[in-house]
Design a protein around this ligand. Structure first.
Ligand code: PMM
Length: 295
């Protein structure tokens, strides 16, 4: 009688390879990334109406890349205080032709789609966007978290109190840094629970979103505390109204020196990505601050 075959020893399952699809795969190594803003909207607070036309938007995006943008953040819905919501079909019509044209022109700079809507995120990624920037941190659209998990792209989670319609109604915090940080941590947990790997997340304290001037200053002052969350930190101060208030400068386009101060501070205190309108100038600011930091 032939003996029964020896049981096969269990084969250790190979460790799953860590997908190279997180934020670090999109960002330049060893220096702070400059995210150039491209709003394809009629009403964003600082550049609204300038790039509604696809040709003008593509030309501006190409200019931002030539000036040193490491990422392009393209949005089709203004999130300025009180802005009305844009139907998703209109938002898709604004952003997808721009993304398609940029990719057709051979511009391969990573594009983040600035949207709160799952259908827009999906259409933008299908057209060539590389990541999703959601100012509602996946709260606005109940399908957003599962869509981002399914698309397998990096996601930026930004803090906002309420919605763009309500966020500036007398915001109150106990300790703004502690509260925003705990909130972002909870949103990270929700994203991970929805199937978005931690390496695919970055966080943003949401400067100007449901904050007074003092809250914005305290968030910047305490910025390095957000690095404890263990994911890249994105900071967007460019031309925002707290700079206008402090400098008594109503024209957003004339807030660049104030923006430069905040970008320097953000880079020195842990920002991995800075979101700016004036890329050529801010890329210089970032380069010098990086050089001092790493000397
Ligand atoms: N600010 C605006 C829009 N999107 N996204 C992130 N992650 N962080 C920001 O600070 C941010 C954003 C509003 O500014 P805009 O009207 O100039 O785009």
């Amino acid at each position: 009688m032939t003996p029964p075959p020896a049981p096969t020893p269990p084969v250790a399952a190979p460790a799953p390879a860590r997908p190279a699809s997180g934020w670090e795969g999109l960002l330049p190594a060893g220096r702070t990334a400059v995210m150039g803003v491209l709003n394809v909207t009629p009403d964003s607070f600082s550049d609204g109406g300038r790039f509604v036309d696809t040709g003008a938007a593509v030309a501006h995006a190409a200019r931002l890349v030539a000036q040193g943008a490491d990422l392009l953040d393209i949005g089709g819905e203004s999130t300025r205080p009180g802005a009305p919501e844009v139907p998703e079909g209109d938002e898709i019509q604004r952003v997808v032709p721009v993304i398609t044209a940029l990719r057709a022109a051979g511009i391969d700079t990573p594009i983040t789609i600035d949207t709160r809507k799952a259908a827009v995120a999906r259409a933008a990624v299908q057209a060539g966007a590389s990541a999703v920037n959601d100012v509602s941190a996946l709260r606005h659209d109940p399908r957003m978290a599962e869509t981002c998990a399914d698309l397998g792209v990096p996601v930026a989670l930004m803090h906002m109190r309420g919605t763009p319609q309500t966020m500036q109604e007398a915001p109150v915090y106990g300790s703004v840094v502690a509260e925003v940080s705990a909130w972002l941590e909870a949103r990270m947990d929700a994203a991970v629970a929805a199937g978005i790997g931690r390496h695919r997340l970055c966080v943003d304290p949401g400067i100007g979103f449901g904050k007074t001037v003092r809250h914005n200053l305290l968030l910047l002052k305490g910025l390095n505390q957000f690095t404890r969350l263990g994911v890249p930190l994105l900071v967007g101060t460019s031309r925002k109204s707290f700079i206008g208030t402090l400098l008594e400068e109503p024209d957003p386009a004339r807030r660049e020196w104030g923006t430069a101060a905040t970008v320097t501070w953000a880079v020195a205190h842990g920002a991995r990505i800075v979101r700016v309108h004036q890329v050529a100038e801010m890329a210089q600011v970032v380069r010098l601050t990086d050089a001092i930091r790493s000397a």
